[in-house]
Design a protein. Structure first.
Lengths: 736, 736
């Protein structure tokens, strides 16, 4: 997971179904517009249950809402119910009955209780990959009954209840519903890189709460990196003491995290990235490296040379001790050993290592890496643990039973499963790259028409959203994880046929509110951050304009930010416009939808174009407010000045296109390329942000260029023509 | 401490300079309007330094800003400088030079550094009451030089630097200035009650950061109460295990808090409230109570009977062990033993205790309390600690050297100092009672014309803002502490003559921004809280109206909330309108100032009345938006409906008064009492909130009633006439 492998950038395709940036933008249009959706899902739930039927009526929720158990009671479930009731109290302002001792009161009579939970047994003590997470939920106007074979299944049902609760003018209620639910994949994860930017325990906890709400069940913690060694080792304290700037999880804290996760039915899989990505290991233990030290903690982003020396017996001594210690700390059977992006520089430069390769018949650096992995595999096996690692560990010598974590491309899954290895997919789920939600959502590990055989498909355990942390702090990380990861959670839980992007976005807005209620800051971080950018003198009108402006921006995608801010490193404050802009602008999506309605229908239809026109007028107005205000006065917003100018240009191009459309006459020759050029100019990213509204504007201009020929096209031909004009293949001229 | 002594409510006057609620409101008018201010303070600093002179020019702050030490370097100061530079980086987006090891780089050459810190010595290891906190700061366009005799003094100077930093169109800078500063009082505290509602360590830490920014130096933690025992006792684990619902500070956490505070030059004074307020003590140790148990943790608010039994030797055994343990944990020489509101019920009902009083010649329950205190004093003395307690411990038998913490009224300070006891003032600083800032600000421990003798005045150590926690959660507590406590900090630090309320409010708005930057949530909690109240279906316009509406509200004052919500207890969610409304509404203050300008000048002056008219129109508009929208649709906002209606009435009354003023003609007979009655009606608190704009509206109506007689009054007579009409003494009719 080399979020910053610049050299590989042109060939690395983080999203298998998307090509160039332009096609991505076009894809947005297609997804929002012409693409046929699956059946719309009623209700608010995310992920959508395996089986869901709404019935007439509702179960009222008031202060007298009572709960009861039927059958055995598991402490984990009792706590889960307590969290559910607490969340409902906080949201509704209701106060449910409490006991004198302080907990929620449980009704003795299940028959008359508003909610009955019937759990067959506690299930595994520690959440496991093969845990039965199924449950059923029957809500009638009289009672809600949640049944599950395990406490984990019941916890999933509690998450569903939390999402089902609604309020309207008459009060709070649960809709009558019949749900029978179970996940599609057993491994549904979120990886958080706590190394490049340290993320303390409170960040982890609130993200665990968010994960529980959308039924994710694996927290993968990336604990060692060039930029930080983030776990306490009592056996080898030099590792964390010298490799972390004092920012690491103590073992007590890690136990707290593991317990917090287990209480929510979530496994914790630790990653210790070896043999590469190892600078922070060798700061305290330079003798383990493949080239002489000393080393300091890496502060920059990218792929670096320091790598453990697989020919050095001390390396295995340390790994045996360290992994044994970690095996005792982490109850999960899987330990992730990374294994990615070993660039081989230190190995190739070290004659002793090259001799070792020759002497042991290992062929090359890749062979040495496989040798290393098999040694590590043996250590893990000794401690009863299974090995998981990134794509690169796949090698003919990789011991059976290992799991391949695929990040590089769709082929990774195919290759690994072809050789009989179980896999977890992260390619297509790189949420740090700031792509829109729909791309992740449609990225199915086993899509319709998958080339994988049935046997191979069984080896696909699931997937993980990966949150690499070059560009996030504890203040901003939630806004990069959420709400988009909820859509990935749905992809991994819900039936394959659930893939209507419009409906996903509708439900995502609601689940985002529920996520906020768990304590996540993906929405609430923005107000203070924008006030900081605006500075002390900003008026309420200034702040509104800045908010509207920021809502039109997105952070640049893929690895573009590193190019925009090449000097940035671990010390750079991440409090700028790019940190306030959020992926997948809802305002831009709404604008694209309005443009889509316009260009699909009658081009001169004022009732449709008026919405587009109003948006353009808003842009001009806020650009004017900012251009003569904060972009001048606030030192933080000087970087916004060119963007404010670009927004004025974008609004102007849009207004010209609307004029042409309203006239119904062909524009003057040269108009189209001139407008597209203006858009190209305004689309150049600046301050690590960009305007996603450029794509719909290109379509608008394309439609205007053909305004007098609209009647000649079938719907399909029209779509194709607009695409060709708006997003011509490189080297082509923009003409129909 | 007895924020909820309902029985004492009518006689307990939390703010010595204010009388009835009406007079309070009138006082607001006077403070904002006619009252003559002291000389306006230039600049942004709060507290205002003892000596401050701005000079021409500015010192630019850019990425090359360099710092250097002159003289010895204290680790505490190094950390403090790191925090300052970090805060500046976060705010400005600049990145200063770092070392490879990760810290900020320090320039070798002090002569050319932008900032030089010259600290004579480290000062006390642990912050102490007699610490020298003075510093000087000289900023020229070339260099800033901070000099201090101790690290604590230098830390105070760093807080000044943090507040001095400004940005404008040309960039970031420190204004050229000469400051020589030292505090007026050595004990400047904030008390946080972590018992009634538990406040975890992160709340304490961010409040310590806020305290440091405004130079407060004592964190007083109220650690035991009827509703919770919040400190781990390793000797008597029953105390915290059974008395806390699991919500307590471990000793490790407390050491972390103490170190965090010490790093900021802040003392931590623990309070163990005995012998009353003791329910949580006797849950685990019922044998210590003065009546047979068992006991459960108290959930309601008020004064309760459970009290330790001073005749029981076991009580002193436990206190000896427990206080010995705490004396080792807390380095500060003072231990607060509470001692307030012992209602004597259990003592009076216990024949054994009454016999003990007789046998020992103790006269009465008060004598027994004094006996108990002298025993506790001896225990503390054994462990090298001094005793501090609330007003009620003052008794002829109180051992010399104890400190009286005065909460009941101004007489407490006089009585205690007359008997030679040092004192700390909290009467007038009860920030939980939701009074406006100016009242606390003008509450001087030793005001001009103080009746205290010079010797007595020397015994006034300072004061403490007290944050009792019946009505606050970790989410809302900051909004009750800040920014008002910054004004109290200024009262306790700055020279007595600094008391211009207008200028205080101007600077308070700025320091509130700086406080927000430390991580305090007094502003940022509101957005999410209002979104919750509004519910899922709220539009942006709905939310804006709700925000504007909430900004016009204040929580009810004094102990009114308990009367409004009599069933509320520790389990009640605090997520309603009263929790979103904040004390000292800025919108209401601005409206009052506009009304003040209007009624002081020419009553028909349209240029002045137009602002008032615009506010009234805004109120009507937002009342309309909410009245037909959220107040109907959102179950959380049903409670707002009567308030929305009241706001319409208030706007209507205001508009009628403006019409009368514009006409210049006397209103019809009966108009005045009718309008005042409408205001009375609309002023009735509901949902534990009220409209502070009622007071200026009363003045507006009063002015309108005299519109044709304005010319007959001198300024002073006019003011008196309006006061008499707007706020007639009880039983009086409203006539001039």
């Amino acid at each position: 997971m080399p979020p910053m492998n610049f050299s590989a950038m042109s060939s690395f395709d983080p999203l298998p179904r998307a090509g160039s940036r332009r096609l991505l933008l076009a894809g947005c249009f297609l997804a929002a517009g012409f693409a046929a959706g699956a059946a719309t899902v009623k209700g608010e739930l995310m992920p959508v249950p395996a089986s869901l039927q709404f019935n007439p009526g509702r179960l009222a929720v008031a202060g007298d809402f009572s709960v009861a158990w039927r059958g055995p009671v598991d402490p984990r479930l009792r706590d889960g119910l307590g969290r559910l009731l607490d969340a409902v109290e906080q949201r509704t302002g209701l106060t449910f009955a409490h006991t004198a001792a302080g907990g929620f009161a449980v009704a003795a009579d299940a028959a008359s209780a508003a909610l009955v939970i019937e759990c067959a047994g506690p299930g595994a003590n520690v959440p496991a990959l093969d845990e039965d997470e199924s449950y059923t939920l029957e809500i009638s106007p009289r009672q809600a009954v949640l049944r599950a074979p395990t406490a984990t299944g019941a916890l999933r049902g509690c998450a569903t209840l939390q999402q089902l609760l609604q309020g309207d003018a008459t009060g709070w209620f649960l809709p009558a519903v019949s749900i029978s639910d179970r996940p599609r994949f057993p491994w549904r994860g979120l990886m958080i890189d706590v190394c490049r930017h340290w993320q303390p325990i409170e960040v982890i906890k609130r993200n665990l709460d968010g994960m529980a709400l959308v039924k994710l069940n694996v927290l993968h913690l990336h604990l060692t990196e060039n930029q930080g060694f983030r776990i306490e080792s009592k056996k080898f304290p030099r590792l964390h003491e010298q490799g972390s700037d004092g920012h690491y999880f103590t073992q007590d804290q890690m136990r707290e995290i593991i317990a917090y996760a287990a209480a929510r039915g979530i496994r914790v899989v630790p990653e210790f990235d070896i043999p590469g990505h190892a600078t922070a290991w060798v700061v305290g233990c330079p003798e383990l490296a493949s080239a002489p030290g000393p080393y300091v903690i890496e502060r920059a982003w990218g792929v670096f040379d320091p790598v453990l020396d697989p020919t050095n017996p001390q390396v295995y001594d340390l790994l045996d001790g360290f992994l044994g210690e970690m095996a005792a700390l982490f109850p999960d059977p899987y330990i992730h050993i990374g294994g990615d992006e070993n660039n081989g520089v230190q190995w190739s430069a070290n004659p002793h290592i090259q001799a070792f390769i020759r002497d042991h018949g290992l062929k090359d650096n890749a062979g040495l890496h496989a040798y290393f992995n098999s040694r590590v595999h043996a250590i893990l096996a000794k401690y009863g643990k299974k090995l998981i690692g990134w794509d690169e560990i796949l090698h003919p010598d990789l011991p059976a039973g290992s799991v391949i974590h695929s990040w590089r491309g769709p082929q990774g899954l195919a290759d690994a499963t072809a050789r009989g290895f179980a896999t977890v997919l992260s390619n297509g789920y790189y949420i740090d790259l700031c792509h829109p939600t729909w791309e992740h959502y449609l990225n199915d590990p086993v899509p319709p028409g998958s080339p994988l055989s049935v046997e191979q498909q069984k080896l696909v355990l699931g997937g993980e959203a990966t949150m690499w942390s070059e560009w996030v702090t504890p203040e901003t990380i939630d806004s990069r994880i959420w709400p988009r990861t909820a859509a990935i959670a749905e992809r991994l839980w819900s039936p394959r046929g659930v893939r209507d992007t419009d409906d996903m976005y509708r439900r995502l807005a609601l689940v985002s509110r529920r996520l906020e209620e768990t304590g996540l800051a993906h929405e609430s971080y923005l107000g203070p951050a924008l006030r900081e950018l605006a500075g002390d003198g900003a008026s309420a009108a200034d702040l509104r304009a800045l908010r509207d402006f920021t809502d039109l921006l997105e952070p640049v995608k893929n690895y573009e930010r590193g190019k925009q801010q090449p000097a940035a490193n671990q010390f750079t404050p991440l409090t700028g416009l790019a940190d306030c802009a959020r992926p997948d602008s809802a305002a831009a999506r709404q604008f694209a939808a309005a443009v889509d309605r316009l260009v699909r229908g009658s081009l001169a239809d004022e009732s449709v174009s008026s919405g587009v026109r109003a948006s353009l007028a808003d842009w001009k107005s806020l650009a004017q407010t900012l251009g003569s205000g904060l972009a001048v006065r606030s030192p933080r917003l000087h970087e916004a000045a060119p963007l404010v100018q670009a927004l004025t240009v974008l609004a102007g191009v849009g207004e010209e296109a609307l004029q042409v459309l309203a006239s119904g006459r062909a524009p003057a020759p040269g108009w189209l390329p001139a407008e597209l050029a203006r858009l190209d100019q305004a689309a150049v990213p600046h301050a690590a942000v960009e305007f996603p509204v450029v794509a719909p504007l290109r379509l608008l201009v394309a439609a205007a260029s053909l305004t007098d020929q609209r009647g000649k096209f079938s719907a399909e031909a029209w779509r194709a023509a607009l695409q060709r004009i708006a997003f011509p293949p490189p080297g082509n001229t923009a003409a129909p």
